[in-house]
Design a protein around this ligand. Structure first.
Ligand code: CP
Length: 327
């Protein structure tokens, strides 16, 4: 495995399956039913130059659950980048302090640039509209776990992705991961101007998957297994795009859509955050409490999956079994 996790492109199918197996083994530790100190003495540098709740806190918690400690920096204002320090210098400095680094940055490619200056494992916690590989791994883990519960195979699954497919980095990573599995059907529904980039559609189609683009949710989706919806990333819009943009209510995933258009066990996923402002028309709160809504099971899965990423990159995955201690 590459020393870093910058893009899902660096992962083979065997490596992904290994990570998912390690994640499953981490669940009792994530829930503190078992304890390990396998990363005792290790330090994680968490560098978040863009807003985050889930990724920052769950990477932090995952490292602590493995016995390590975390140094957090949030926002440019609180780093010396605010004084003009380069990514290269920051990377060289942080490598002297930390055993692993998670970084989120608003510019695509910036985390890879940072990683090129160090051999300390660097994990991309989201680089602008680029990728979010740990989110995609936890999404895949969630789909696999939910399908096992429902007795469904992943092969032949029908996944609908909707929302901001242009700037949504989670869908960019997830579609690539899914494309490594048995042929499935992928339907993409985006508002005007926010379609999935062509190169990703071509990649997925070239791997034998059936990809279809539609411009509306007003269709029959009874055979859809997963509806994966995303927030509109207005913070990445150009001034021209922002001018007068509003998301039509027709793109909202809500109870009426699920009841009228989808099947009885269609799962609803979202990487979160969902925009709760009414005008945002993001995933509706009327599905809260509906068992088909998997979003909080998804966030819970973030801890064991991120533990598995650390354990594998820091090469302690084989040691954990021997290190387990009672709570
Ligand atoms: N899904 C996700 O990346 O959430 P945060 O922005 O809160 O980290």
């Amino acid at each position: 495995m590459s020393p870093h996790l910058l893009s899902v492109d660096s992962l083979s199918r065997d490596q992904i399956d290994h990570l998912l197996r390690v994640a499953a083994r981490m669940e009792p530790i994530a829930q503190r039913r078992q304890v390990t100190r396998v990363l005792e003495g290790a330090v994680l540098g968490n560098l978040f130059f863009e807003a985050s709740t889930r990724t920052r806190v769950s990477f932090n918690a995952a490292f602590c659950r493995l016995g390590g400690s975390v140094c957090d920096t949030t926002g440019f204002t609180f780093s010396s980048m605010a004084k003009g320090e380069s990514l290269y210098d920051t990377s060289r400095v942080m490598a002297g302090y930390c055993d692993a680094i998670v970084m989120r940055h608003p510019e695509q490619g910036s985390v890879a640039e940072f990683a090129a200056a160090t051999n300390v494992p660097v994990i991309n916690g989201g680089d602008g509209p680029g990728e979010h590989p740990s989110q995609a791994l936890l999404d895949l883990y969630t789909i696999d776990k939910e399908f096992t519960r429902l007795g469904k195979p992943l092969a032949g699954a029908h996944v609908l992705m909707t929302g901001d497919l242009k700037y949504g980095r989670t869908v960019h990573s997830l579609i690539k991961l899914l494309s490594l599995y048995a042929p499935m059907r992928i339907t993409l529904v985006a508002p005007p101007g926010l379609a999935m980039p062509d190169h990703l559609i071509e990649l997925v189609a070239s791997r034998g998957h059936r990809v279809e683009q539609r411009d509306s949710l007003a269709s029959d989706y009874a055979d859809v297994d997963v509806v994966y919806t995303t927030r509109i990333q207005k913070e990445r819009f150009t001034a021209e795009m922002s001018e007068g943009f509003s998301l039509s209510r027709d793109f909202t995933v809500d109870r009426a859509f699920l009841d009228r258009r989808c099947g009885r066990d269609t799962l609803v996923m979202h990487p979160l955050p969902r925009d709760s402002r009414p005008e945002a028309n993001d995933l509706d709160v009327d599905l809260n409490g509906d068992p088909r809504l998997a979003i909080f099971r998804q966030t819970d899965n973030g801890i064991p999956v991120r533990m598995a990423i650390f354990a594998t990159l820091l090469k302690v995955d084989e040691l954990i079994e021997k290190d387990l201690r009672p709570v």
